[in-house]
Design a protein around this ligand. Sequence first.
Ligand SMILES: OC[C@H]1O[C@H](O[C@H]2O[C@H](CO)[C@@H](O)[C@H](O)[C@H]2O)[C@H](O)[C@@H](O)[C@@H]1O
Length: 601
Amino acid sequence: MALPIEDYALLGDTGTAALVGRDGSVDWLCLPRFDSPACFAALLGTPEHGRWLLGPVEAARTTRRYLGSSFVLETTHETDTGVFRVTDVMPLGDGRADIVRRVEGVSGTVRVRHEWVVRFSYGKVRPWVNRHKDDHGHEWISAIAGPDMLVLRGDRLPQPEDGHHVDEFEIGAGDELTFSTTWFKSHHPVPEPLDVDERIAETLARSEHWARHCDHTGRWREAVVRSLLVLRLLTHAGTGGIVAAPTTSLPEDFGGHRNWDYRYCWLRDASLTLQALLGSGYVEETVLWRGWLLRAIAGDPADMQIMYAVDGGRELPERELDHLPGYAGSRPVRVGNGAVEQRQTDVLGEVMAALEQARRMGLKETEDSWALQSALVQELAEHWDEPDNGLWEIRGPQRQFTHSRVMVWAAFDAAVSAVERHGLSGPVDQWRALRDEVRREVLERGFDAERGTFVQHYDTREVDASLLLIPAVGFLPGDDPRVLGTIRAVEEDLLHEGLVLRYRTQSGVDGLSGDEHPFLACSFWLVSAYALAGRRAEAEALMDRLVGLANDLGLLAEEYDPVRERMVGNFPQAFSHLALIGAAMTLRDGSPERARPFAGS
Ligand SMILES: OC[C@H]1O[C@H](O[C@H]2O[C@H](CO)[C@@H](O)[C@H](O)[C@H]2O)[C@H](O)[C@@H](O)[C@@H]1O
């Protein structure tokens, strides 16, 4: 049985990521890319589905921290007989795929268990494992299955036992043992051993250098910096693709079947990530992502998808992995994501808003980048009034979602601004007219005058947490009575133990059975809405509570169960972290214009 989600730490090398538990077990690792099959999949099954354990044999009190502004993880286990430390790192910047683990004795003597169980194809395929000796007499172990090969090197290698490699040893004060696992394509030569000290030092230096550029000041700076680092780690350094989370099928409800694969690049999540980065002083990242976007969307604008693979690939067919029992028995485990086929009209609004913010921060358009954006806006001009699946990717019938229409307004608004403020070319009169038309429509059909609130879609009186974004995107001021009424309705209908649900699943709008928990991003949106409505004290109190929900390493999942006090859903999730940054920026700046410099008319 896997650990509670909050007991995992994130490791990553901006190519892929791993989750390592408080017990010292690497229970999740996809190689070589975020969206590649996992070779350690115990997170969604049992140790039999692959893991790499280096942990205490006896019960231990365990503490952990990241070193400075890095993802170099230091875990300290204290048992009745002594203390030892494990340093885990996926080195940055060398284009390789390694995990390095160093075990150091601190005091006394502790018995340590080592298990290296490789199972390729998400825990399904047992590799062929061999022991070798290099020219210097150093032993290493290889595990091969088809295109993938892993090599385990170390100061003391485990022994084969019943399809696993296992070992137990005593570590005393001053002892040090280092291990590394390296992935490579099985038809390539075996990579050279790493210079571990040099790689750890460079990884630390690179991370510190990047974090130093964060210009966010204010009470929540520490949480903001860790969140920025998470977003950076979820950005593939080679392609520029930004994944929503490094995991699949961590459930929206324990034992439920709302289990989705997030190891892909949503245009929505990526655009919001960019806005968080831009608002914290990072402009260069936009260039890398814009390049990814241009390649991913290249072709007929009508074929634009709402999500892509890390390299911009279009094929993400959703399928179920029957051999995995799922996290806490939550089945099915899915890979791929059926939402790839959906129409989500809000997406272009988020893309255009992020690119407008980048222009305002000095990023120059290239001929291709503006040509692509104006072609996409023209495509929207033809289809903006069609029903869609909305930002929550509902699997029920398509609707005219109010949030989607607000984001249509934001797309035309950003396009108008590109012409008016930046001198780019386009049919600005048409875009202005459409912007005004959709605004009129939202104010008429998306608003319940009797209750004084915006509504989830044009044929319902239900509310939706996405409506909290209306002031943040500049559609209406934060103290407009219609916004205040919407905040009130969200408080009445969607608060659960003080945290915000996306919508009422009981309405059946999403076409799914089962339930879910409060969505952390929506809870951060309420912080921003409070702040923009002038409810500063409530905004700060909620922000403090939400920041306090992060685990001991500052990481947030998608949702939170306030009753069981457990993280729920994929982990760590970009959406939660980018919303934390957004809320901190709104609290810092106090107005939508400064918090969101791309705000239009
Ligand atoms: O809850 C149903 C949907 O859940 C996922 O979508 C959610 O995550 C996406 C990635 O962070 C986000 O962009 C979206 O707004 C969220 O609703 C899942 O990917 C969908 O397939 C599923 O229908």
